[in-house]
Ligand binder design. Sequence first.
Ligand code: ADP
Ligand code: MG
Length: 677
Amino acid sequence: MNLSSNIIEVPGVGPKSKKLLEKLGIKTVEDLIYHLPFRYQDYSKFFKIKDLMAYTSATVRARIERVDNIFTRSGKRLTKARVFDETGKMDLIWFNSHFIKKQLTIGEEFNFSGNVQAIGNKIGLMSPEFEKAERNNINTGRLVPVYPETTGISSKWLRARNNDVIRILGDIKDFLPLNILIKNKLIGLNDALNKIHFPITEYDVKTAKHRLSFDEFFLELLKVEERKSNWNSNNSGVKMRIDKLNTNVESFIQTLPYNLTTWQKEACIETLNDMSKTVPMNRLLEGDVGSGKTVVAVISSYFAYLNGYKTLYLAPTEILATQHFETFKMLFDKTRIRISLVTSAKRNLDDGWDVLIGTHAILFSEEYKNIGLVVVDEQHRFGVEQREKIKLMGTSSRGKIPHFLSMTATPIPRTLALTLYGDLSISALKTGPHLNKEIKTWVVPEEKRSSSYEWILKKLSSIKKGQVFIVCPFIEESEIENLENIKSAKKEFEQLKSGVFKNVKMGLLHGKMKSLEKDKIIQKFRTGEIRVLVSTPVIEVGVDIPEAEIIIIESAERYGLASLHQLRGRVGRKGGEAFCLLFMSNYSNTAFKRLKYLESIDSGIELAEIDMKMRGRGDIFGTIQHGYKKFKIADISDLKLLELAKMTAQQYYPKISEYHELERKFGTMNTKLIGNN
Ligand code: ADP
Ligand code: MG
């Protein structure tokens, strides 16, 4: 048996458990070993019976005196065992487990691990784990690993398999060269895998996680190096001329209905520079919704046109494609550039075009010729493989690869982008054109809640239009674990409707409503028939209410800053005054300080960066990891480790073939890591 052996070779795994294991993604011995605990139950402390204290976790080594299966009067099935050690006796109780009586042989010595509780008027253990006392027990008397389970595959079962596998495999060969271990102060792989499954101390867990996290980062970053090197090694980009054309681009920019922001100018310069190189561009343009990404693509496509090349522009939805088509037509009105649109409804291409806009329906169309630039809008909405296909879509028969510009509204902190997206060049539109005045934001203390409502009431009555969003984190109370102050949309709606807003038209909107019902509410809100809408955050997509000017966010401390920034972006769209009031349900100084940043900072990217520093893994990372492999143990906000892994990957990628074990491991990752959106 070795790492790549089929799981069926593991003692104790039969056809039935093999099937079940597949549900957990486990097919090989290696998969099993890398199916890691997500927590540990601390049963490491042994107690004598007389020393037991209620409400602690403990392990007791004791002998069985008697075991009885009992039916209580209320119809419950109990198993009750009396056990003893040299200091005393105690009772153990299990429910609905009459079969265990057979396992508990009278007179034998067992380990019992569990929570100490009062049973009757004495202290005992309720439903403890147990196993025959041995020198090295695996389910009791130690830090016991708890794994992701599925019906039929328990943690206990997995522990036994891992115990066998680790013993049979013996010393697991390390795929990291010794130098990497020494330089980065990492423990060996064999050591790490032993410790992650069978730690003796918390410190064991820590060092094992550290090593395995490094591996995850390192292997992912090797992949980045590979992509970069593959891309850069093709010198077959469409080299465009920037010198003479510059003035033409300049004069086109003069015809735009607005002046470019500094960020837009910079992004254009970077893009045009890339396009005048033989290595094809591979650039990501990031910026909040409304920061003005489209015009950068417009200018780049004009540059391609001046050079005699065509542009393909991919939008994630038909609505967006049509919208961009209109925008392009308007902005190119005074030029001779021809714009065309492909949607599922309109597949036929006009005869001639210079810029073709469409959804991924474009992918299924004819072969394109003379493409100089491919733009993908909202790139995160396309799958990784689709993206790779798109990149090469316009490649000509002579092997010329078009320049590639992708755009995203997901705020990616710079440090992270430079590592995980290390194969891309990045331009950022850090702030938008400020069409909208900034959204005045306050973190409001609870004692000012009622005066805030009064202020809103006044605002609502002083103007005919103008709507208010109130966002609550949950739909119903029953979803809330700790009840207390956290608000649910339904209850908040009822309370406000019969309370402070009783004279105001209110509506309720949440993710569990039927879409017809939702549309009706949104329509009423849009026309102003509903003035105050209580909702959950799920509905952010697609709700565009130009007149909305106030948003209240409840339990704001539960969100990441970048998410809050996106939520507040729903108000002030028309360009008038807009306000965002943040309430907290669980006050803490750190949370308060964190939220305060929203009062002064207006850039999603900057907010995401702060979030990462303050909170570690913020919720926005879900989105960033989307499409990339989700790291199993590595914490993506551990920038120090990420940086180390990055440097190591850059150093070792070029000579990877000298390290056979590493090369093999990297090979298995390549087939496995392909994520999907
Ligand atoms: P996004 O980054 O979300 O794709 P858009 O490109 O759609 O943003 O731009 C949002 C709005 O801002 C559009 O109506 C666009 O016309 C406008 N806009 C873009 N750049 C500027 C600018 N420099 N000055 C004023 N308005 C601008
Ligand atoms: Mg856009």
